[in-house]
Design a protein around this ligand. Structure first.
Ligand code: 0X9
Ligand code: ZN
Length: 416
């Protein structure tokens, strides 16, 4: 009986199909032992961790379906874990509110008129990409770098203003985890500012930028469908028919399938059947490799949430030979960000800074593509809204992100 119930929890928690309400709970482990017990509980109950158990005193956030509140609460206390606090009271109403607000966006036909104050569906983001490419065609290329599993085109916007000297290249991607809506939304506004605000003219004058706004597009479509808002994986079927999709941030061909990713399709960090099995990862990897080893100065893969600037390595506790440079650059970006709205971004090497992850973009960009300044950004917030950051924060998020980019640009230009 207990086994059947666990299976039911597994399926329901993973698919987010329940008709009841959902909350996000937070537990703060105070010992290494509690971290281990939380992990065990997570894998038994297939809990969707929003912040994984990693370090003593680092909060752990997870989604709880109302019908399993009692069981989960009971499991926490019989495991001797500290009491939980309810961090987000009503996930579904927040989701509904954000979708409703997005419907109020006015139709736009220019980059300037586009409504950056709400989240947009995939068709509107495709339209924005077209507008950017058309309005700035003298130095902008819209390049199709491949297609998703379901056949949707994946585009890069390439901004390369004419210059008598070669310029450094900075690469930015977002939405590899499709529930992290703030990433693409705020980056669109960052690039709009770089294109239209004269105060930031040096950004495009001094650097060539390559921006892939949406990687996991199939997943993003799913996040706009009923019950799908919290989808993280790709959508390709796996060996388990109950659990489609792969964690694309564990699927890169760098330390693939080592500890820090799961071999089980029903786990949220499933690394996939082979390295680069996901067409989204394969296409992006071959596009990046097309620039040649070591020819990109910085690579930012943008995620949310918890306000972090992470750099390699993620697969293990080892540091790269560029650690001092990566660290001082991260500090400058974090300082620049904090100066805007006072938000603190913690920075450090990924495995020691948060938790071990193998097959992630940043390790791959550093090792395989030879990008020295390889970073994973985790944007706002620190848990109040988590993946459901209200659209009112798109603007302030983009303002602080833009200043982080300015700091990065200055360093990249000075070292080119
Ligand atoms: O687990 C992840 O993939 C990232 N967190 S998220 O909540 N956006 O899913 C963190 C990745 C950290 N690892 C590396 N940067 N290598
Ligand atoms: Zn992510």
């Amino acid at each position: 009986m207990f086994k059947i119930r666990l299976l039911a929890i597994t399926v329901i928690l993973f698919e987010f199909q329940s008709s009841g309400s959902q909350q996000v709970w937070r537990v703060v482990p105070t010992t290494q032992n509690e971290i281990i017990r939380l992990r065990e509980l997570g894998s038994t109950l297939k809990i969707d961790f929003w912040i994984k158990p990693s370090q003593v005193n680092r909060p752990v956030d997870f989604l709880v379906e109302s019908e399993y509140e009692k069981e989960i609460s009971h499991s926490l206390s019989v495991s001797g874990l500290p009491p939980h606090s309810v961090y987000i009271k009503d996930v579904k109403s927040l989701v509904g509110q954000q979708v409703a607000e997005s419907k109020l966006a006015k139709a736009a036909f220019t980059v300037a008129d586009f409504d950056y104050s709400v989240y947009h569906r995939v068709e509107e983001i495709y339209a924005w990409i077209d507008m950017v490419a058309e309005e700035y065609e003298s130095f902008t290329t819209k390049r199709q770098i491949g297609t998703t599993y379901e056949g949707r085109p994946i585009y890069a916007l390439e901004f390369a203003k004419e210059s008598s000297n070669p310029k450094p290249k900075i690469f930015v991607d977002s939405l590899i985890h499709c529930r992290e809506w703030i990433t693409t939304a705020s980056l669109m506004l960052v690039f709009k500012q770089m294109l239209q605000n004269d105060d930031y003219a040096s950004m495009l004058d001094e650097v060539d930028w390559y921006f892939v706004p949406m990687i996991n597009i199939d997943g993003y479509v799913k996040t706009w469908q009923e019950g799908g808002r919290l989808w993280r994986q790709t959508t390709r079927p796996t060996a388990s028919s109950a659990c489609p999709g792969v964690d694309a941030n564990r699927n890169w061909d760098a330390y693939w399938s080592l500890p820090g990713a799961s071999p089980y399709p029903c786990d949220y960090d499933y690394h996939g059947p082979t390295a680069a099995s996901e067409s989204e990862v394969r296409n992006l990897a071959s596009y990046v490799l097309g620039f040649g080893y070591g020819n990109i100065s910085a690579y930012l893969t943008v995620h949310s949430y918890t306000q972090l600037i992470l750099y390699p390595y993620g697969y293990d506790d080892v540091l790269t030979p560029d650690n001092a440079y990566l660290d001082s650059t991260a500090k400058k970006m974090a300082d620049a960000i904090e100066a805007v709205h006072g938000k603190k971004y913690v920075y450090g090497p990924s495995a020691t800074g948060i938790y071990v992850t193998s097959g992630a973009t940043d390790d791959w960009a550093y090792d395989v593509a030879g990008v020295t300044l390889s970073y994973t950004y985790e944007l706002r917030d620190t848990g109040e809204y988590g993946f459901l950051l209200p659209p009112e924060q798109i603007l302030p998020q983009s303002e602080e992100l833009l200043e982080g980019f300015v700091a990065l640009k200055d360093i990249v230009v000075a070292n080119f």
